[in-house]
Design a protein around this ligand. Structure first.
Ligand code: GLN
Length: 305
């Protein structure tokens, strides 16, 4: 398996040259655009990796899957879906447009920024610190890695430059989709995006969703089956933003990308996958990562359809 992964990395490495690292968050410019790495964990808990598999990067939008799970655990589902929709937007991840043009002004889904800011606002806690502690503890539990940390420079960089997200936050508050304090919600959102992971962490979290919420090592339930199903459904319909349809057609695996260059993928009852390649395509998805997943899906016959 490791040989196959190494071959897949080698044959797709050239595509990283066609992309660019994200620059709208200044700190993300420091990534090495030619990095490419993968980790796979299967149902026997065997881990295989190749390429830049120990590099740390910020989780960015992949955090949206985890925070969605948390929002659904913290609140009544009907309440959550009264604040955020279930439909793909077909727009870029940071688009503000439908918050004005949709009849209801409700954010389309929890995988784009507008919807994710709403799910973040639904995390329970008496103080901002308590919410942050609960959030980080949940990420660590899912990744089975107590060393996960917020990358302070990325967090500060995002907070300083995140005015588009700030604009969405205030619109959402104005339209009744956020009830919590907007600045606190955004602060928490910037922090969740700035949590540092490796592809191994992503594969571990992906595997938990693959296994419908049961920790493969201990047999303990961490997330309910229904919530895992919802998260994976959003991954397949909205996880790659306005490239989700093409990805579903060509790769056919529930996956979620982030502008840090990570992609987490989850093949139901089979494997969890983490991929890293910070060079992005125009839609903000890892350009090498997409190729790696496409090749892997073909090679191991992972298409769920
Ligand atoms: N923190 C990023 C933002 O809000 C996350 C976007 C992404 O990964 N697509 O813009």
């Amino acid at each position: 398996m490791e040989k196959i992964l190494q071959q897949i990395i080698n044959s797709n490495k050239k595509y990283t040259l066609d992309g660019q690292v994200a620059s709208y968050i200044p700190e993300l410019r420091n990534a090495n655009s030619e990095d490419l790495g993968i980790c796979v964990i299967d149902m026997n808990n065997s881990m295989y990796s190749a390429g830049d598999c120990d590099k740390k990067f910020t989780i960015q939008s992949i955090s949206k899957t985890i925070v969605l799970a948390m929002a659904l655990m913290d609140n009544e589902w009907d309440y959550v879906f009264s604040k955020v929709g279930m439909e793909p937007s077909g727009d870029p991840f940071n688009s503000i447009m439908k918050l004005e043009t949709n009849d209801t002004k409700k954010p389309c889904n929890p995988m784009i920024n507008a919807g994710a800011i709403v799910t973040t606002s639904l995390i329970k806690g008496n103080t901002l610190q308590e919410k942050e502690d609960r959030m980080l503890a949940f990420f660590r539990k899912l990744a089975k890695n107590d060393t996960l940390q917020i990358n302070e420079s990325v967090y500060k960089s995002e907070k300083l430059t995140g005015d588009r997200n700030r604009a969405m936050g205030y619109l959402l508050k104005n339209d009744g989709y956020i009830e919590a304090n907007v600045e606190e919600t955004l602060d928490l959102y910037f922090k969740q995006c700035s949590i540092e992971v490796t592809v191994k962490d992503l594969a571990r979290i992906g595997l938990l969703f693959s296994n419908y919420g049961i920790d493969i090592e201990t047999g303990k339930r961490i997330i309910s089956e229904e919530i895992c199903r919802m998260v994976k459904t959003f991954m397949i319909t909205c996880g790659m933003y306005d490239a989700s349809g093409e990805f579903a057609l060509k790769v056919g695996i529930p996956a979620k990308s982030g502008v840090g260059g990570g992609i987490m993928a989850s093949v139901p009852r089979k494997i969890g996958i983490g991929v890293y390649g910070p060079a992005l395509d125009k839609k903000g998805n890892s350009i090498g990562g997409l190729r790696v997943l496409k090749t892997l899906s073909k090679k191991l016959n992972l298409n769920i359809f």
